[in-house]
Design a protein around this ligand. Structure first.
Ligand SMILES: Nc1ncnc2c1ncn2[C@@H]1O[C@H](COP(=O)(O)OP(=O)(O)OP(=O)(O)O)[C@@H](O)[C@H]1O
Ligand SMILES: [Mg+2]
Length: 308
């Protein structure tokens, strides 16, 4: 077999993800896989932790490393299946502003619920759920990746974790927990898929391009205000106007039957109400009720496709 050919798939503040290709040889097809390595030596300990969390789980909707190893510079490396579509965010960005078909959105949402329920049952909380951290295969099966912020045990969280815009807002003022982080992140993901716009209200590339100092102030201001910015406003508007983003893909030029509209509104309003979870208003859906609401919407939409 020839050498592995490596190319960079993504670089973040913390790590580089590579695609490795074994060339085809002796009648065998080429093989692709991915490798994630930390950018800096100081992140090694975080990697060790991420690897330990990931290898302790075994579920179809949780990314399971193929191997945990060390690269040629002795840095810890996570070897994993390569996902040609990348993350849900990568897929959405590829569609150039088009949102994912609703049935598919709901399927991804429910797969993430499955993975979360499993992780929570083992006392593991992801704490950084967002479209960029859910990877998809060509058949749209999805796995939760990037367990770098995961917590083992539902201890109180007193310092913000994960990604700005995807943290439960009350965490800025008081201790919160992994359960609330994951439900909030899940619903924020649902929001992003529905609207095609990040819940943090500021495009990732724009945010990334800001000077470091500005980023720090912006982050502090958002946390202090406890706002998921314009997310809730945008959804309320869509609901008031009776427009559900993406619905026309399912029912082109067709009036939406009331039961289907109701199930979809229920899903949208779960997202909207979670975003209205400002400090002081404690309502938050459980994973179980999020599942019931999303399953109902998905079932109605699928039935609709088979109605004449
Ligand atoms: N196995 C994989 N196959 C294909 N693409 C992948 C794979 N793993 C990661 N990626 C791509 O790399 C990106 C970053 O991966 P990951 O979230 O694990 O790293 P990270 O350093 O923790 O990122 P961030 O700090 O931005 O959350 C993903 O959003 C996705 O685009
Ligand atoms: Mg990530």
């Amino acid at each position: 077999m020839g050498d592995v050919n490596w190319c960079v798939v993504a670089t973040s503040n913390n790590s580089t993800v590579y695609k490795g290709t074994f060339p085809a040889a002796r009648g065998l097809p080429f093989i692709e896989f991915a490798k994630k390595v930390p950018l800096y030596k100081e992140y090694d300990w975080a990697y060790e932790k991420e690897m330990a969390v990931m290898t302790s789980m075994n579920h179809p909707n949780v990314l399971r490393p193929l191997a945990v190893t060390r690269d040629e510079k002795a840095a810890p490396a996570i070897l994993m299946e390569y996902f040609p579509y990348g993350s849900v965010l990568d897929w959405m960005q590829h569609q150039q502003g088009q949102t994912m078909p609703l049935v598919l959105q709901l399927s991804v949402f429910l797969q993430v619920v499955n993975g979360l329920e499993y992780a929570h049952s083992r006392g593991i909380f992801h704490c950084d759920l967002k479209c960029a951290n859910v990877l998809m295969r060509e058949d749209f099966s999805a796995v939760i990746a990037d367990w770098g912020w995961a917590l083992q045990g539902d201890e109180p969280i007193t310092h913000p974790r994960g990604t700005i815009g995807y943290q439960p807002p009350e965490g800025a003022l008081e201790a919160t927990n992994g359960q609330r982080y994951d439900v909030y992140g899940l619903v924020a993901m649902g929001h992003d898929m529905l609207t095609g716009v990040p819940a943090c209200g500021i495009l990732f590339e724009q945010y990334d391009a800001l000077p470091k100092e500005t980023k720090k102030h912006l982050k502090a201001a958002c946390i202090e205000a406890g706002v998921p910015s314009d997310a809730s406003m945008r959804l309320s508007l869509a609901l008031c106007e009776g427009i559900i983003p993406g619905i026309e893909e399912v029912v082109p030029q067709r009036e939406l039957p009331q039961d289907v509209a109701l199930a979809m509104l229920h899903y949208c309003s779960m997202i909207e109400r979670t975003f209205c979870n400002y400090a002081g208003q404690r309502a938050m859906f459980s994973l179980q009720s999020a599942r019931v609401i999303a399953e109902e919407a998905r079932r109605k939409l699928i039935n609709l496709q088979y109605r004449d």
